[in-house]
Design a protein. Sequence first.
Length: 141
Amino acid sequence: MKLTSQLPVPDRDRVERRLHHNLIAWLTTVRPDGQPVSVPVWFLLRDDETILLYSQPETAKLRNITANPRVSLALDVTDIGRNIVRLEGTARQVHDLPAASEDPGYLAKYVERMAALFESPEEFARLFSVALIIAPSRLHT
C-alpha cells in the first residue's frame, strides 16, 4: 500500500489492519467561519487507497466540503492514546457510484449494522444517499 509504504513493517501492518477493519472514524470538516467540526462516519478503504463514505443529503459536512474540500479522518479507538491513525486529504461528492446497499465492500463491512440500526441495507442507502470519496494526501500515526 503506497499510503503506508514509509512505515516500518510492524507499524504498516497495524495501520493497514485498522484502515481495513475499524468500523468508525471521525471526519473533520471546516465550517466557512473556520470552526472545525468532527462527526463519526462509517468508511471503506478502497483498492485505489481512497476512502468511501456515505452521507445523508443536505448535511453540514456536505456544505463544509463544498466550501473547503480539505478534511481529516481519524480512526476511532486509539488504545489510550497509542495506535493513532489519522489521514489528511480532500473530499468530493461522487454521483456515479453504486448505493451503499449495492457496493460489495461497503456492504460486507456494514451489513449487520445496517440491518440492526436501519432495518435493512436498502433503508440505510435511502437515508445515506450521497457518496463521498476522500483522496488521502498524508498519513499520521
